[in-house]
Design a binder for this molecule. Structure first.
Ligand SMILES: *Cc1c(COP(=O)(O)O)cnc(C)c1O
Length: 422
């Protein structure tokens, strides 16, 4: 039986894969399958391996830690690595106020905990989220996520007290200014939820799964200011945008937004499962002793990997690397858009870039063409991912350590794919 046949027999079909090949090893910018085929990596395991796969410092730190101890449970017998990761998160996230952090295993778990903390700290229940938002696949985070298929279909009933308002989406909201788009959202919140009932406003500074939607300038600051006036906790979900991906440590920084709470995961630990909630000390301190935790949260091996990843990001100046990737990719993507009228927009920041695919001359999403283009990239040796509410966004998330040659080769394959898919 082939590996793929064994997978079909053994693995639940609800779990799917982009590639039909099986990985043998991976490096800073490529994946190699068990038959020796190679792909340039424009996915980073969904914005996780920002420091590359098996980054040397991460390998060394994991190896050293696994020999010392693998698990004690921080709630039972604490260790310094957990404290050190929290110190790093407190120092690196936006805002110069006093902060605390807690560690968990996945992004969804971080979002769940941020909502728990915000509700406890405010004594309120309502959570405001946005169109196109993605926050995870657990019960609460499915409710927070916008898109039905494939994330929510058949999995209800969902958690209550979640309210959705329009996102600033310059391509599709008639080019509303950021402050005007925020005014629309704030008016809906005031009229339909009541400002005094809002525990938290939860937003991705640049949306991930929802289509790499970059809100118009001024949208995030206006919402931040409204949350302050309403006494609501402003939570930035930086799970996909964090850890140098957009050209700074966190994307909120570009608009000078200081969230009350920040959720982190994906890029934090070079591929090991770790996530966190970081925020204002007075908000984090509201929860009673024992109210937060989890068996594996802040696992020592994952913490060692996180510290090594953060050290790698500093040592290799990966914020600058993301900006350099943008400087190479944006002109190439814009030139491609100039030749190919299926691209309605090139957008993103740093090494988090995307093209939105439509029927030429319209704004009608073309998910079939998007899937065909992604398949042509895969066949040509480039791993790209799709996203978007309409499934019509091709997104590019190269590891921040990708070489110039690999980046250039990836862009050539992308050009060829657009030329080949008629
Ligand atoms: C991936 C993601 C999540 C969920 O993270 P998991 O680790 O898959 O649970 C939440 N929010 C955003 C913005 C994400 O990109």
């Amino acid at each position: 039986m082939s590996l793929h046949e064994r997978r079909l027999a053994a693995v639940a079909p609800g779990v799917t894969s982009v590639l039909s090949s099986y990985v043998a090893h991976a490096s800073g910018g490529t994946l190699t399958d068990v038959d020796g085929r190679e792909w340039i990596d424009f996915g980073s395991g969904i914005a996780v391996t920002n420091v590359g796969n098996s980054a040397p410092r991460v390998v060394e730190a994991v190896r050293a830690q696994v020999e010392k101890f693998t698990h004690t449970c921080f709630m039972v017998a604490p260790y310094s690595l957990y404290v050190e990761v929290c110190e790093q998160l407190n120092a690196l996230t936006p805002g110069s106020f006093g902060k605390r952090s807690m560690l968990v295993n996945s992004g969804a778990e971080a979002v769940e905990n941020a909502v728990k903390i915000a509700r406890h700290a405010t004594g309120r229940q309502a959570v405001v989220v946005f169109d196109h938002a993605y926050h995870g696949r657990t019960n609460l985070t499915m409710a927070l996520t916008a898109k039905n298929m494939p994330y929510k279909q058949g999995f209800g009933p969902f958690a209550g007290e979640i309210y959705r308002v329009p996102m600033s989406y310059p391509l599709r909201d008639g080019g509303l200014s950021g402050p005007a788009a925020a005014a629309v959202a704030i008016d809906l919140i005031s009229k339909q939820v009541g400002a005094g009932n809002v525990a938290a406003l939860l937003i991705e500074p640049i949306q991930g799964e929802g289509g790499f939607v970059v809100p118009a300038p001024g949208f995030l600051p206006a919402l931040r200011a409204w949350a302050t006036s309403a006494g609501a906790v402003f939570i930035a979900d930086e799970i996909q945008t964090g850890f140098c991906r957009t050209g700074d440590w966190f994307a909120s920084t570009f608009e000078g937004v200081e969230p009350d709470l920040v959720t982190t995961a994906k890029g934090i630990a070079g591929g090991l499962p770790l996530a966190g909630v970081t925020g204002r000390a007075e908000v984090m301190d509201a929860v009673h002793a024992g109210g937060l935790g989890g068996t594996y949260g802040g696992n020592p091996i994952a913490c060692a990997a996180a510290l090594a990843s953060i050290e790698t990001m500093r040592e290799l100046s990966l914020t600058e690397a993301a900006t350099s990737i943008e400087a190479v990719m944006l002109p190439r993507l814009r030139a491609l858009a100039g030749r190919d009228s299926r691209i309605a927009e090139v957008r993103g920041r740093g090494a988090m870039l995307a093209v939105e695919i439509v029927a030429p001359g319209t704004l009608v999403p073309d998910p079939a063409a998007t899937a065909a283009l992604a398949a042509a990239c895969h066949a040509g040796g480039l791993l790209t991912l799709t996203c978007g509410t309409y499934g019509n966004v091709l997104r590019f998330l190269p590891p921040l350590v990708i070489s110039d040659t690999e980046l250039d080769r990836g862009l050539e394959i992308l050009d060829s794919a657009f030329a080949a898919v008629g």
